[in-house]
Design a protein around this ligand. Structure first.
Ligand code: PLP
Length: 445
């Protein structure tokens, strides 16, 4: 099929996720191939993948070891159900993940996307309290602007206005507390923001702990809500409050897991031990849809009983624990070991922090936030007053269109530009990306 036909059909019959299709019609893009940190469209234009194909690619595209692991698994079997029967790669992967995860976590429940991994944590926490005889603990506490997926359950523990308000009457109520957002707080003293926020949270826990099942929180860095980084010590403080008030701590590492923040998991920055942890995106190096919800042994044991007691966890998707996905994930983790990738990410993170200081000086850059290789650059009309650009100008979107013209792909979050390259990006490739990032911002602001 030729380019024109592909383009025509994409406009005629496709409906892309989180996309206003009138935008797509004006500026369509059809990717055909990729290699390393490069993506190529059907016209042969090349782009640097500065958003890791939506925050998941780790080693670049067409990484030989992962491709080969998938092919090898194909020769055995692509998929068999995990309902009532395990499979070989899912067992091997469970062991690898548990060896890497915080020690409190001993069990792996598979699924196939970030949203499903969080959805599972919600249902699991809800049922856990029933199984241990405290059915009144039903509510979830979440942070303002949290994003945990787009299913009905995960939207209920998320609170990004623009995505969620349309569906509000469809969702269950959660207790939403302010995010400890240092840049947008009246006091921009990190310590003050941390203490105030924890005090507020402590009050809520004190008054409502009898009805709270769990607190769902993105790990150290909030992604879709604007790439916001928690003040030092905040997540540790949340952990302590959860333990004090008998509330399950559910940490969402869908975006932050697998080296993205300069640690294998972001909880390691503060030595936090969650009761549940959700994983997706980078788990397969960004190759195939696979996800996991990790839980503590205590939670697992609350479900372990004679069938007649009705404590079984009633959840499972058709493709849960897919063999090809698990094989890709195993290969992914082997590369982490072989290439000492977390250490490399840590070093690149330090280098990037220096380079981004130049971007931070630009006239319309209000704030640069970063943890490891996860970065957000907030564009503002007025640097002094932090006044935002008018919403309808879509400055962030325009900047990313300009970057695309210049040969780099990313997606904005309002006026926050996401910069999240694959961990494999070389220093030269990172420098190339930063040049385009800078030009893109300068040319539209
Ligand atoms: N949780 C977090 C923190 C995320 O960033 C995302 C996606 O961006 C999700 C959950 C949902 O993941 P998925 O898009 O794979 O459903």
């Amino acid at each position: 099929m030729d380019q024109q036909q592909l383009l025509h059909i994409s406009k005629q019959h496709m409906w892309l996720p989180f996309t206003q299709m009138s935008d797509y019609e004006k500026d369509p893009l059809i990717i055909e191939s990729g290699e390393g940190v490069h993506l190529k469209d059907i016209e042969g234009n090349e782009y640097l993948d500065a958003y890791s194909s939506l925050w998941l690619n780790v080693h670049g595209h067409r990484k030989k070891e992962i491709d080969e692991a998938i092919k090898k698994q194909l020769d055995k079997i692509s998929h068999s159900t995990l309902l009532g029967a395990a499979n070989v790669p899912s067992i091997l992967l469970a062991k690898k993940i548990i060896d890497l995860a915080p020690e409190r976590l001993t069990r792996v429940f598979y699924s196939d996307s970030g949203a499903t991994s969080v959805e599972i944590s919600i249902k699991m926490a809800y049922q856990y309290w029933q199984n241990v005889g405290q059915p009144h603990k039903k509510k979830f506490v979440t942070l303002r602007n949290g994003y945990h997926g787009d299913t009905v359950g995960t939207m209920s523990v998320g609170s990004i206005d623009i995505y969620h308000r349309v569906y509000n009457s469809l969702l269950f109520d959660s207790i939403v507390v302010p995010y400890p957002n240092v840049y947008h707080h009246p006091s921009d003293d990190e310590k003050v923001v941390c203490e105030q926020s924890l005090t507020e949270l402590g009050e809520i826990f004190k008054n409502h702990h009898d009805e709270i099942a769990g607190m769902t929180v993105e790990s150290i860095m909030q992604g879709a809500g604007g790439m916001n980084v928690m003040p030092n010590g905040y997540l540790k403080g949340v952990e302590q409050l959860c333990r004090k008030y008998n509330i399950l701590l559910i940490v969402d590492e869908v975006a932050t897991g697998f080296g993205r923040t300069g640690k294998m998991f972001a909880v390691e920055h503060e030595n936090v031990q969650p009761d549940m942890m959700t994983l997706a995106k980078g788990i397969s190096g960004g190759y195939l849809p696979i996800a996991a919800t990790l839980t503590s042994e205590e939670i697992y044991q609350a479900f372990y009983a004679d069938f007649k007691e009705g404590k079984t966890f009633y959840h499972g998707h058709s493709y849960t624990g897919n063999q090809l996905g698990c094989a890709a994930a195993l290969a992914n983790l082997e590369i982490f070991e072989k290439e000492n990738l977390v250490k490399q990410a840590e070093e690149k993170s330090e280098w990037l922090a220096n380079q981004l200081q130049e971007i931070a000086k630009l006239e319309h850059v209000g704030d640069v936030r970063k943890l490891g290789l996860m970065c957000g650059i907030e564009l503002v009309k007025n640097k002094e007053t932090k006044e935002a650009f008018p919403w309808e100008e879509r400055v962030g979107y325009q900047a990313t269109l300009k970057m695309r013209e210049l040969g780099m792909l990313t997606r904005p979050l309002g006026d926050v530009i996401v910069f999240m390259p694959p961990l494999s990006a070389t220093y030269e490739e990172l420098a190339e990306m930063l040049t385009i990032l800078r030009k893109g911002i300068e040319q539209v602001t």
